[in-house]
Design a protein around this ligand. Structure first.
Ligand code: GDP
Length: 452
């Protein structure tokens, strides 16, 4: 006879099994603009939707995958999967639009349970939440530890060295000539802010430089009003500067403080501290092609970005947010541009560039794994040559693949590869797995440990 105790026990056991049977993994996907985030997430969803056909079909646990449901999330900033598919499958094929804001994707998976659990569990459910956000926002992390005067001094040192000095031209002199204690002219402040924004965008587009602050000036994201982004570094100021109410100093300092305490910290509080895993995508080839200055800058930028994953005891992050990212994947992207035999060298060059930061991240307890990936393979190897189509053209070209050194030279001086701007392959369709390199490894990594 069923007693009350028995019924309670059974209910408890069932709810435990149900909890065991459903899990959520929250994964951040980031990288500087152009690293390949949008294309990557589109390919992750596509590989999962076509798990029964592509390389995933042969992998454990995907051979037990019953169904995949990609959800158009009803929150602000959904990821536009359908728009990305539309671009990739158009004629001629186009690359999807890049990430400019925070976007969220939810993918629900149902698996057949294994072993003993098969008897008591119908299905196992795993929810993957992908949070796509511009890496430029992480470049602002160091601001959390700075006051306005210290930031001005850092910017002054940065703008003083080439190639930024030439790119900034007379903006550097005009910002240096402002007396912090003089009354602020609001019209001039607006003008200078616009010029500073244009300057950091030029650093990115003309010289492939990566450390461009403040990150939100380049990619503000939704919910950020223009008035929140109205300050410039006063290049003659430092941490001992000061100024009365209404001065350049007080106007810029107040706005800097608001930016630091609400915009930058708000992002970490609200989104970043909830992530379990992090994927960091890096385009190594473009800065290798641009040369030593671009590589140095990328190194510094990646070190700043990885500061967000360094959880050593007493680190700024640990004190402010108690983050819980336990695993990080660092991926050289677009590796289809080089011959398959050289893809691992490209990944090695990336890991060479950030050796110390990677050690620090590992030291803080985060497991790190590297994957050279291509979300959508745009070129194929044919014998000694590669064949692919170029953006803006319909014909195909046969070309000699660029060669990549096995290691990055310590001084970062190398003869960069000359790259072609490949277009996506023709005939991509939502219901066929896109051709790729190692996306199956990455999708496996996302779920590792979540299905035991
Ligand atoms: P995001 O700014 O990080 O979102 O980067 P995107 O996903 O928009 O990618 C930027 C550009 O990189 C695209 O427009 C393509 O030109 C290129 N790209 C992205 N993924 C791949 C890939 O897998 N292979 C190749 N050859 N190019 C890619």
């Amino acid at each position: 006879m069923a007693t009350v105790e028995n019924v309670n026990w059974t209910k408890k056991a069932q709810s435990r099994v149900a909890r065991l049977g459903s899990q959520t993994v929250r994964v951040g996907v980031t990288g500087l603009s152009g690293a390949g985030k949008t294309t990557f997430i589109t390919s992750v969803i596509n590989q999962l939707e076509n798990h029964h056909r592509g390389l995933l079909a042969r992998r454990i646990p995907f051979n037990r995958l019953i169904s995949v449901r990609w959800q158009r999330v009803s929150v602000a900033q959904p990821f536009s999967y359908l728009e990305a598919l539309d671009a990739l499958s158009s004629v001629p094929a186009r690359w999807p639009s890049s990430t400019t804001d925070l976007a969220r994707v939810v993918i629900d998976l149902q698996f057949r349970p294994e072993g003993l659990l098969r008897k008591i569990q119908g299905v196992r459910e795993v929810r993957i939440e992908l949070l796509d956000y511009p890496g430029e926002w992480l470049l602002d992390l160091p601001l959390l530890g700075l006051d306005y005067g210290q930031w001005c001094a850092q910017m002054a040192a940065l703008v003083d060295s080439e190639p930024r000095r030439s790119i900034a031209a007379d903006l550097r002199l005009r910002l240096a000539a402002i007396d912090p204690a003089a009354p602020c002219d609001p019209v001039e402040l607006r003008q200078l802010t616009a010029e500073w924004t244009a300057f950091i965008l030029r650093c990115r587009t003309d010289a492939e430089l990566s450390r461009n602050q403040p990150g939100r000036f380049m990619l503000p994201g939704s919910g950020i009003a223009a008035d929140m982004l109205l300050f410039v570094p006063l290049l003659s100021a430092n941490q001992h500067s000061d100024g009365p109410a209404g001065s350049w100093w007080s106007q810029c300092e107040q706005r800097f403080n608001y930016y630091r305490d609400f915009v930058v910290k708000g992002f970490y509080d609200e989104h970043f501290s909830r992530l379990d895993r992090q994927i960091l995508l890096v385009d190594m080839l473009a800065p290798m092609q641009a040369g030593q200055a671009a590589l140095k800058d990328l190194k510094q930028a990646l070190e700043d970005v990885m500061g967000s994953f360094r959880y050593g005891r007493n680190s700024l992050l640990q004190r402010l947010f108690s983050p819980r990212i336990s695993r990080m994947a660092i991926c050289a992207t677009k590796v289809d541009q080089v011959a398959p035999g050289e893809q691992r060298s490209l990944q090695q060059c990336l890991e060479d560039l950030v050796t110390d930061s990677l050690s620090e991240v590992r030291h803080g307890g985060v497991q790190v794994q590297g994957f050279p990936v291509s979300a959508v393979r745009a070129a194929d190897q044919q014998g000694e040559t590669m064949v692919g189509g170029l953006v803006g053209q319909t014909a195909f070209v046969r070309y000699q693949p660029v060669s990549v050194p096995r290691h990055l030279p310590l001084d970062l001086k190398l003869v960069g590869p000359k790259l072609l701007h490949l277009r996506p392959p023709a005939n991509l369709h939502r219901n066929e797995p896109f051709p790729h390199f190692r996306m199956d490894d990455l999708v496996g990594w996302i779920l590792e440990g979540k299905l035991l």
